[in-house]
Write a protein of this length. Structure first.
Length: 277
């Protein structure tokens, strides 16, 4: 048997001689559930945590559902799932034989998350990488998604096992990269961008969260996290900025209340416009 590459710092050039590099991207993909027909798979990613990937994924799902598309969210952040709580989904997902039926939000979005399979939402997930990756694949192969126009994948932070599993195993059509205004984020964004390029996944656009907060008295925009660097990153990489989201107390209140189905995030109209048709 040919030995697999063990160089953890390899890139496209250094990996050209590896047996795994000779496989096409599609050779790693696993088949979707037989009762599911999904037109487009969109990943929402970032190189670090706490920048609002779940907010962006759910906002995009809300927006596309409002336009009349059939939409689902696969919560791939297995150790830190938040999508069910945002939509007020509780209890356990129903089983149909050995397959799983996703829960549905009040605005008709199908959702699958590990929190819908655990005894309670406070139950910690203390699993190693291979099990996390296997769970994400099961959310693709064992969940009856039905007919969907868009399946948004809320990724965990970073460039580790689960993002790699998603990029290799699922037919991802493109990704949205989420950032925040801090200068350090430029490096973080480039890590996510480089991973997507190495996995031959198109990057559809950049979204900046926490861009500013608007003073409720005078309406002045206050840049709590400093000046934005997103345009510099966009200019350097050629990836368009498709949204800037401010700190919005009303949106945060709806998240805390489990009523995200009521959110209309108008700051992401441009992001919705770059979704594949």
């Amino acid at each position: 048997m040919a030995k697999e590459c063990s160089n953890t710092t390899c890139d496209k050039t250094s990996c050209e001689g590896c047996p795994s590099a000779k496989k096409g991207k599609g050779e790693f993909q696993v088949p979707v559930n037989g009762a599911s027909r999904i037109r487009h798979v969109i990943g929402v990613v970032s190189g670090k945590g706490g920048v609002g990937k779940s907010l962006v994924a759910a906002s995009l799902a809300n927006g596309m559902a409002k336009k009349g598309f059939r939409v689902g969210i696969l919560d791939a952040d297995i150790t830190g799932p938040s999508i069910p709580r945002m939509y007020g989904l509780k209890g356990s997902a129903m089983a149909q034989g050995e397959e799983i039926i996703p829960m549905e939000t009040k605005n008709g979005i199908k959702v699958m998350s590990v929190n819908l399979l655990l005894p309670s939402e406070e139950t910690p997930v203390i699993w190693r990488g291979p099990i996390l990756g296997g769970t994400v694949k099961q959310f693709w192969t064992d969940v009856i998604w039905g007919d969907l126009d868009y399946l948004f994948i809320d990724m965990p932070p970073g460039t580790g096992d689960v993002p790699l599993t998603v990029f290799q195993s699922l037919p991802v059509d493109g990704v949205i990269i989420v950032s925040s205004p801090q200068d350090l984020v430029g490096l973080i964004v480039k890590k996510a961008l480089n991973m997507a390029e190495m996995m031959e996944i198109p990057v559809l656009g950049l979204v900046e969260n926490y861009s500013y907060v608007k003073c409720p008295d005078c309406g002045k925009m206050i840049k709590v996290f400093g000046e934005s660097h997103i345009e510099d990153i966009a200019s350097e990489t050629g990836i368009p900025v498709v949204g800037r989201i401010p700190v919005d107390p009303q949106m945060a209140a709806l998240v805390d209340a489990g009523r995200f189905d009521e959110v209309e995030n108008g700051y992401l109209e441009s992001a919705q416009a770059v979704m594949p048709e």
